[in-house]
Design a protein around this ligand. Sequence first.
Ligand code: SF4
Length: 693
Amino acid sequence: MTTASTATHCPYCSLQCGMRLVGRRSPEVQEWPEFEVNAGALCRKGWSAARLLGDRERLTTPLLRDRTTGEFTPVGWDEALDLVAARLAALRSQHGPDAVGVFGGGGLTNEKAYQLGKFARVVLGTSQIDYNGRWCMSSAASAGTRAFGVDRGLPFPLADVEQADVVVLVGSNLAETMPPAARHLDRLRERGGRVVVVDPRRTATAERADLFVQPVPGTDLPLALGVLHLLVAAGAVDEEYVADRTTGFEAVRASVSAWWPERVERVSGVPAAQLRELADLLASRRPTGERARVVVLTARGAEQHVSGSDTVLAWINVALALGQCGRPYAGYGCLTGQGNGQGGREHGQKADQLPGYRSIEDPAARAHVAGVWGVDPASLPGKGRSAHELLMALGTDDGPRALLVHGSNLVVSAPNASRVVERLAALDLLVVCDFVLSETAALADVVLPVTQWAEESGTMTNLEGRVLLRQRAVTPPAGVRTELEVLAGLAERLDSPVPLATDPEEVFTELRAASAGGKADYAGITWQRIRDEQGVFWPCPDVDHPGTPRMFADRFAHPDGRARFHVVDHAGLAEEPCADFPVHLTTGRVLAQYQSGAQTRRIRDLPDTGPYVELHPLLATRLGTADGEPLEVVTRRGRMVAPGRVSESIRPDTVFVPFHWAGANRLTSDALDPASRMPEFKACAARLAVAGG
Ligand code: SF4
């Protein structure tokens, strides 16, 4: 039942701002001031989100593409689903279950992510499932699991940041990527707290900082080693906390002795004096004499590297050494990116996971989940390939020959995107579920038109681990189906051993049972509780449990209750600049666009500048170019041409390209972090030239 005014959440980033949608035909966004996460504030993407509901290019009928002509033909749902099911069945019987791959997204609701994992393992029997969240925060997830025994982006509510004394943001442009969250930094500063920003670019967030540190791309890790070196030397380590609540510090203490400030300066370009200033801030005391409350937050700038997991571990080491993790208004957190980046990694669309953040290789976890699903645990496949490895295997002798894509625009968002296009072309069958003809849908053999955010209900888990309910506010256009209906329709045609539910609340009830006893335990969370309580924080093992806004107060999630220090060292980038490719290329987001731009580039209220190349005036002078002139950027994988944007905000040895338009990711590197399988989106070697020069 829809109402004229519906409390719901923004379709975009992990802050999941609350908003009201008013009206059913052409709904307008209004503020929802009572929702505490954003207290009525929205960024321009949120304010304009309803424009997408009436988009003229909205898909409302399944499409089949003729590979010879490239033309799409509209068909009915039965014809489309019959065709997809028949071809999947044929490929499976000829080549085995792993001949079909599934690619999900960090924007899917928890119910869809859960059902996608179940569909892959139970209906298709394939191990070949992963999702684009692998490219978002997997390095922080890997590090958090190793250090704390569990991965929840923020182990405390975001508003706690206001009560800290020092906040260190490593590789986050919070002010542009989630503007309503930046008010917490402002309030912290009004209270006398200090903000430190570490970024190769002087971003809008850096402009709000008390201390701005501008390292060479890929050197956030040695920076953390240098900070810890200084803290040890100053006697600022919280020895009592380290002894009582952690293991492994002595090896870390020894390892950071090799990272004195001048060595860090040579590697990172950060002056030794500035490193000392940062360490002094972290070691400072409150007027009461107690230690300053320190929050360390990492984001994609630190994480999207071949050493991303180790970089996060290095900063966690700093927070642990200062006794901050588990302390009120202090600790370490990761600022997740995609709308359901957190929930999307908990319920089974990841290659190595079953619902509840369980390992697919754990016999007890397999037995539990198989019991909920009503199947034999032995029938569940094992661990599959990570996202990029899955894409690179498409159409190869032992890789998938068909791929189902849900909630992902791979052609724009994958690293080394030209290779990805080649692999997609090698498939026997590409099926894309989307509500607009994204660049990836345009390459599909079959496009299935599905509902979007405000046309369906489902839960999202925001960056704080707060489970929220996005409520349906408008009636979907005739002709579209929900992804739950699509999966159920295919399951039926593929003779699934069990039926798949199509009602999202029913799916959530099943998800609760599947997650019960897991690390991300949702057993006590109901849709009604979410409505009544403005969200519920996991873990929440039963309906009488209040949820867990703050983790680690008494113990960490490792069996012995202790956090783990890890010795890590600087290994550098997969591609350092050289004579042929002399500058670093880094990529990122801009305020008005979101991820691959498939949604936001269609909204005329949002400025669509197209891609550009940000470069320092010194580099512009050396090239003989001026602001606005077209530049060619070339890497080992590809080239693109875009106007130059000359700015003193970037290092002279680095150029920046936003990734919302096709082009940037034809340049980026697909070298992977060995632990998280995260590609090194944030740095590769490039050369610049005046286009046509
Ligand atoms: Fe809030 Fe993010 Fe939506 Fe902006 S994009 S309104 S910050 S949820």
